[in-house]
Design a binder for this molecule. Structure first.
Ligand SMILES: Cc1cc2nc3c(=O)[nH]c(=O)nc-3n(C[C@H](O)[C@H](O)[C@H](O)COP(=O)(O)OP(=O)(O)OC[C@H]3O[C@@H](n4cnc5c(N)ncnc54)[C@H](O)[C@@H]3O)c2cc1C
Ligand code: FES
Ligand code: FES
Length: 1370
């Protein structure tokens, strides 16, 4: 690996030079102070392993290791940072390590890379470099810990730390379990037996054998994180000037004061600490002066003495956490040490580690004060009487935090110096520590337990209590609430005053709760306001109830409150969530087969190691050709309006913007076309009228991506709605106006049976309505393309797309050039999930159009916000059903009216009815009829998303089952079982795809899962749990799936080169789903059938090359789960052709030689002019192109009735993969799809405003699953159901169907809620039957679950207790 050497970048202006090292290489750079490290690394170094995915600190793709050297202590400190938030100027004399710095394919991979690959932990690979660095940092830091030396091959890391290391990193493909395994494999306390499927060892091998096969790790040999030359240079640098041209680093308060002079303009100056604030506020402005606060020693120190703790404003949250956790000892501090630990534990849930390592405590407080940021820190500090030191108008002031918050927002010249947490205040000073105790707790309700999500509400309570004859008396109390939708965190004064001096009786508690509910109120328009209000109550109850009526003895202050968990009802209210056990575990059972070796082997995913090491090249990693421009879209914010003008806030074009391209720039002979499907085309740009919010209006071309984005953000659009009809924004409006897309008759399924007859047979009939929202793809790599004009009016376009063939045609039509003038190249896609099928086309086409017009290369990498606003996502829908059933649960007839919101263009939406029925028919409904309308609305286009139109019916079917069961008071599991298909009914419902009887494996899967998941025993245990617990309820659910897929025509081409290596081209695109790996295996198997020496390892000689639309035409779509198998089949046909050509020569040579090797055969074939390249076009038979996939899942969840939080305790899946082509790849698809489904059902809210403009447009507002929200235990069995005559080597699809199984989590949640509602109704003594049947919305977020459990759950409990008490007393 190249080390040392140096690179100088930027102007020669000494003043602004920053020196640092990247992967051991010296960089001396001069860039604008607003330049982030990510921008710099990606644009000016070869290290493209650092990925951009969100640009706001929310995903971890850009994480790098930052190392500082302390020349006095001669110590290096290393920690992760989000490079998208880190400013280059803040890394002066730091060293940066990216995943490339750990190792590579030429010099040797790092064991982290190898283990990620071997544990199958990298699919699309876009998250992998960030994951690797997060783990590397944990390993480096574990070595610093005072722990015994680990066993050989391991680090000092613990398994729990290993998992937590990646808790701030998002992955959309894998479902996290294999990533956690790769991380845990380094931990000293790991039991190798617990690690999941991998390519290193086989089940049953001894631990010694396993360890010997793991890529070896020796912490002592690890990568140098801070190069010697930089140490020397830093040591010899006597004086780092605080004055630069625009980046100032004052070291003393005096120096700082000169920069905060009130005479200086505020608008051109920015104070900077960690700069993470830009993650939230997206401040794209450039300032004249940046004042770096980090070097002012007074601001960066932490001190602690008898009076309290002082935290300098620029101290990072991570450092504050360490300091707060430090045990100093001493009588005065004993209670406070516990308080500090609790504050630290709360802070550990703020953001993610790479953000906390940058973010300052002071920056957080300033953001809260100035911008009303929903801070955790301020709430917690408010409860402990903190004060702040400030400079306002050059004057130093000390204020209570509360006073500071109530002041007008501090302007840019005000400086927060420090925060003090006093040990003794007027609050505590009058109370004897002998008779009274301090009690402190903090609370936080957020979509993710480990953080990386802003809270719905937070709270911190401090009380002094003392025992009395009447129980515990509250001497004094402080109640702080924050993030609930008020301007700032606030104290609940009325409740505090009410409680002071009172014994904590149930009456007092009930009254206090009423007071907080009435006084802690969100401002108008706050989302989930009622939920937040219920949290206020829940947390106060949680704090006080354990102390009520002398439930606990307070002999040891805080610690006793902590252990206060044995309540009268035996329930547990303690803060157990604070000590999460292992985040993920699982078992995998797969059967491999050697019948078609190496097909069927769990070989590692092709390219996984280079994905981990950052060498894999994605579209945005391709170096920019000279003269390259960058693009950004300007989109409409109105649903239906005339676009009068597109202009800018600036007088002329914004800085760096070269051109603005609209539909007027389409060349003569070209068309305004942005995408096409078999159902029609969609315009690239809105012409005079925009038809949805998010529609593309114009394309800004600028010198850099940042300037293009900034240019687009400065645009102003003049709209006019005169004479236009109102937009269609609801499905009801679409029906009213008959605004529908036509569904071709061949795609509209036929009803089954006689609905009227079915209804006549029914004993009962019910109906209901369900609404389902959208889902965003959240591929880690957003939409991107690079267009390069070529000679003779040609255009080469690199596109991250699932269907290059289609965009090829679209580009040719848009530019008005023949198709042979266009070439679209796609190597790999950083996650697609359907979103890079149709929705990638406008991106590539816009780049091609701009490149054509401007005669320069043009590239674009959509920022996350634009991507989320423009791409559309899954189809929302409204369903009404009418179902008839017998008293034993057998359904006799179902009728459905389904309205699908397709948005403004047809896209692929007309396939929805067919897809929906393919899944809906999983049960025997008796008779099934339906009316499905694909509605045309003024919303952004809804498009294919993994399991399009399939995940929704899996939900609809289960919702009907649940409804029927609850009406009959039956177990829903037996109703499901009662309605599973017999093979006869399966044939009736799936005429063309039911296959043979032996292939119908669902009944056996259903029964097997009952046993392997311990379903019956666990159901009983859950009943017992629910009887004993009031505040937590559990539910379990088992669901089946039947999923119809269609195999489509696919081309292939195999070329054998003279050295025996093989180059393969296929129509399918590698999206992370392992298509290339399966194709490689198939090529090796099929060519190996020639049977000569040296074919056993043929798989290593095969390379799949990037898709090129001129080299291999008719590539089609990579979608629908079947492209891997059809690409394999296409390749098998090619190989068979080649074998046929080679066979005569082989026989001839074998007759001459004792042994014939593959290499010799191939060389001779080349010499004898045998055609060594074959291509094919696999077209499946009509009779076998559709088939069914089967699987079932059991999920168990626990809900918290106080907060609505859902924890998935365990999921068990059995999925039939036929004879899997690669069980490791299929397992990865099953787990990844399942977790993506969990996102749809539980957490992902893709919301719009009233104009249809997406408002969930960032990682702040859109929550995909993280490692702490997946099932704590995920057990998967990949069933090998042997031979399937019509399938490709008996294999079946795995990409989409398992996503549907995630409905089991939703159903289990519903079961748990049912229990909570039963509980609530028992308290209310209610005869109300509304708890019997209810709809649980999708996604079942915390507010949704809490609403159904009862926003008044606590009040009802207390009322019940009080009335019981009253009755007893009477
Ligand atoms: C992904 C992510 C998730 C987050 N999640 C949470 C969360 O769950 N809970 C929570 O509470 N917070 C959360 N935060 C907020 C985070 O704590 C703040 O961004 C951070 O603390 C700000 O510190 P900084 O040093 O980066 O400030 P900067 O970004 O440098 O500054 C922020 C603002 O404060 C000003 N400023 C900074 N320091 C001073 C000072 N000493 N005097 C005067 N002005 C100053 C700056 O001029 C700027 O306007 C999250 C942030 C990110 C990026
Ligand atoms: S790109 Fe930096 S955290 Fe997402
Ligand atoms: S492998 Fe993690 S995002 Fe694709």
């Amino acid at each position: 690996m190249e080390r040392g050497g140096q690179v100088r970048i930027g102007s020669d202006d000494e003043d602004d030079v920053v020196v640092f090292a990247v992967n051991g290489k010296r960089y001396e750079v001069s860039v604008h102070p607003s330049t982030t490290l990510l921008d710099f690394l990606r644009s000016s170094t070869p290290f493209k392993g650092v990925k951009l995915s969100c640009g706001e600190g929310g995903c971890g793709a850009c994480v790098v290791l930052l190392s500082n050297y302390d020349p006095l202590l001669k110590k290096v400190k290393s920690y992760t940072v989000s490079s998208c938030l880190t400013l280059v100027h803040s890394v002066n004399y730091c060293s940066i390590t990216t995943t490339e710095g750990l190792g590579n394919s030429r010099d040797g991979f790092h064991p982290i890379h190898e283990r990620f690959s071997g544990f199958h932990a990298s699919q699309c690979g876009f998250c992998t470099p960030g994951m690797c660095i997060s783990l590397f940092s944990a390993l480096v830091n574990a070595e610093e810990k005072q722990r015994p030396d680990p066993p050989t091959g391991f680090s000092k890391l613990t398994v729990s730390e290993a998992e937590k290391a990646i808790s701030g990193n998002l992955c959309r493909c894998t479902g996290y379990r294999p990533i956690a395994d790769a991380c845990k494999s380094f931990a000293a306390d790991v039991d190798l037996e617990d690690l999941g499927m991998n390519s290193f060892w086989r089940k049953g091998e001894s631990n010694e054998d396993k360890l010997s096969k793991l890529p070896s790790y020796n912490p002592k040999d690890d990568v140098c994180t801070y190069p010697e030359f930089l140490k020397r240079e830093l040591e010899s640098t006597m004086y780092l000037s605080p004055h630069k041209k625009s980046w100032y680093s004052p070291r003393t308060l005096e120096e700082l004061r000169t920069f905060t002079d009130p005479k200086l303009s505020t608008t051109r100056t920015k104070l900077v600490a960690g700069n993470t604030g830009i993650g939230y506020y997206k401040d794209l402005d450039q300032y004249e002066r940046y004042i770096n606060l980090r070097n002012v020693s007074e601001l960066s120190s932490i001190s602690r003495n008898e009076t309290g703790m002082v935290i300098g404003a620029t101290v990072t949250i991570s450092k504050a956490i360490s300091a707060l956790k430090e045990k100093v000892g001493g009588v005065v501090c004993s209670d406070w040490e516990l308080i500090f630990t609790k504050i630290a534990e709360h802070m550990e849930k703020i953001a993610s580690e790479p953000v906390r390592n940058l973010a300052s405590v002071g920056g957080n407080v300033v953001m809260a004060q100035r911008h009303c940021f929903p801070s955790d820190i301020v709430t917690v500090l408010l409860a402990v009487s903190s004060t702040v030191d400030l400079i306002i108008n050059t004057k130093r002031e000390n204020l209570t935090l509360e006073d500071y918050l109530s002041k007008p927002p501090l302007d840019n010249r005000g400086v927060l110096l420090s925060i003090q947490i006093p040990f003794s205040t007027s609050f505590t000073s009058n109370f004897s520590t002998k008779t009274s105790k301090l009690v402190f707790e903090t609370y936080r309700a957020a979509p993710r337990p480990l953080g990386n999500a802003l809270p719905y509400l937070n709270a911190a309570f401090l009380a002094i209590i003392s025992p009395s004859k009447m129980g515990f008396v509250i001497n004094k109390i402080k109640l702080a609430f924050g993030a609930f939708g008020a301007k700032h965190a606030m104290r609940a004064r009325e409740a505090e005053e009410y409680l002071a001096g009172k014994p904590i009786s149930l009456n007092v508690l009930y009254e206090a709760i009423n007071i907080v509910r009435a006084t802690v109120i969100s401002k108008d328009g706050t989302s989930d306001a009622t939920y937040k209000s219920s949290l206020v109550v829940s947390y106060l109850f949680k704090f006080l109830y354990p102390l009520s009526d002398g439930v606990v003895s307070v002999s040891n202050g805080l610690s006793t409150h902590n252990s206060a968990n044995n309540f009268k009802d035996g329930d547990n209210l303690s803060n157990d969530a604070k000590k999460p056990s292992l985040l993920s575990s699982g078992k995998q059972l797969v059967e491999t087969s050697r019948e078609y070796y190496p097909v069927g082997q769990p070989i590692v995913k092709s390219g996984a190691s280079i994905q981990a090491s950052g060498e894999a090249v994605y579209v945005d990693d391709i170096p920019s050709p000279s003269n390259c421009l960058h693009g950004a879209f300007i989109y409409s914010t109105k649903p239906l309006a005339r676009v009068k003008n597109v202009r800018f806030k600036t007088k002329s074009l914004p800085d760096g913007v070269t051109a603005v391209i609209t539909y007027n720039d389409i060349p003569n002979g070209g068309e305004n076309i942005g995408s096409k499907t078999i159902f029609g085309t969609e315009p690239l740009f809105a012409d005079e009228i925009t038809r949805c919010a998010g529609q593309c209006l114009a394309f800004v071309a600028a010198d850099t991506q940042k300037l293009a984005d900034r240019g687009a953000s400065l645009s102003l659009i003049d709209y006019d709605t005169d004479d236009l009809e109102p937009p269609i924004l609801t499905l009801e409006e679409a029906v009213e106006k008959s605004s529908f897309f036509e569904v071709p008759s061949f795609l509209y399924p036929a009803p089954i049976g006689d609905f009227s007859k079915g209804m006549a047979e029914a004993d009962h009939r019910i109906n209901s309505e369900i609404k389902l929202g959208s889902q965003y793809y959240f591929y880690m790599e957003t939409q991107t393309a690079l267009a390069i004009p070529d000679e003779d009016n040609c255009m080469v376009v690199y596109s991250s797309i699932q269907c290059p063939e289609y965009v090829h045609t679209v580009i040719a039509r848009c530019l008005g050039i023949p198709e042979h003038n266009v070439r679209v190249i796609t190597r790999r896609v950083g996650g697609g999930f359907g979103g890079k099928a149709i929705r990638a086309m406008p991106v590539a086409t816009a780049c091609a159009l701009a490149a054509y017009k401007l005669r320069r290369p043009v590239r674009m990498y959509l920022n996350r916000k634009t991507d989320m606003i423009m791409v559309g996502g899954r189809h929302p829908m409204k369903i009404t059903y009418d179902v008839g059933f017998k008293s034993d649960g057998k359904i006799t007839a179902l009728h459905l009216c389904i309205l699908i919101n397709a948005g403004m263009s047809a896209d692929i939406s007309p396939i929805m009815p067919n897809n929906m029925l393919g899944v809906l028919k999983k049960y025997n409904w008796g008779a099934l009829s339906f009316d499905i309308k694909v509605c045309k609305t003024n919303h952004s286009n809804k498009s294919a998303m993994r399991a399009p139109g399939e995940v929704q019916p899996s939900f609809i079917a289960e919702a009907v089952m649940e409804h029927v069961a609850s009406m009959l008071f039956m177990e829903v599991d037996s109703v499901r079982h009662r309605n599973l298909h017999t093979f006869d009914s399966l044939n009736l419902f799936y005429k063309h795809s039911a296959g043979e009887l032996v292939e119908y494996t669902l009944p056996s899967i259903w029964d097997k899962l009952q046993v392997t998941s311990n379903f019956s025993q666990r159901t009983e245990m859950i009943q017992q749990f629910n009887q004993k617990n009031l505040w937590k309820k559990r539910g379990i659910s088992r669901v089946p799936i039947v999923h119809e897929v269609t195999v489509r025509p696919t081309p292939g081409k195999v070329s054998i080169l003279s050295d025996g290596s093989v180059a393969v081209e296929v129509g399918g695109i590698e999206l992370g789903q392992g298509l290339w790996t399966k194709v490689k295996q198939m090529t090796a198997y099929a060519l190996g059938t020639i049977q000569c020496d040296g074919t056993a390892n043929l798989v290593d000689k095969v390379r799949i090359v990037q898709a090129d639309t001129l080299s291999l035409i008719q590539g089609g779509f990579t979608a629908g789960s079947t492209t891997s198998e059809s690409s394999c089949e296409a390749v098998r046909i090619c190989c068979n052709i080649l074998i046929e050509r080679l066979s005569p020569l082989k026989e001839k040579l074998q007759a001459q030689m004792a042994s014939l090797t593959w290499d010799t055969l191939v060389l001779q074939a080349h010499r004898q002019a045998v055609n060594m390249s074959a291509s094919s076009y696999f077209v499946p038979d009509f009779g076998s192109m559709q088939y069914l996939n089967y699987g079932a899942a059991v999920s168990e969840v626990e809900i918290n009735t106080l907060t609505g939080e859902t924890t998935i305790l365990r999921s068990d899946i059995i999925y039939d993969c036929g004879q899997s082509l690669n069980p490791a790849v299929d397992l990865g698809q099953i787990e990844g799809a399942f977790v993506q489904g969990i996102g749809f059902f539980m957490s992902e809210e893709y919301l719009t405003n009233s104009d249809g403009l997406m408002v969930a447009d960032s990682t702040w507002t859109y929550k995909i699953p993280t490692i702490d929200t997946i099932p704590k235990q995920l057990n998967v069995e990949v069933l090998n159901s042997e031979h399937h005559r019509n399938r490709v080597l008996s294999s079946k699809a795995s990409g989409e169907p398992p996503l549907l199984l995630a409905v089991s989590v939703h159903c289990a949640t519903r079961a748990a809620i049912k229990e909570a509602r039963k509980q609530l109704h028992s308290w209310k003594n209610s005869s109300d039957q509304s708890n019997v049947s209810f709809q649980l919305d999708v996604p079942a977020t915390m507010p949704v679950v809490k609403r159904l459990c009862g926003m008044d759950y606590v009040e009802s409990y207390l009322q019940n207790l009080l009335s019981c008490q009253g009755r007893k007393q009477a």
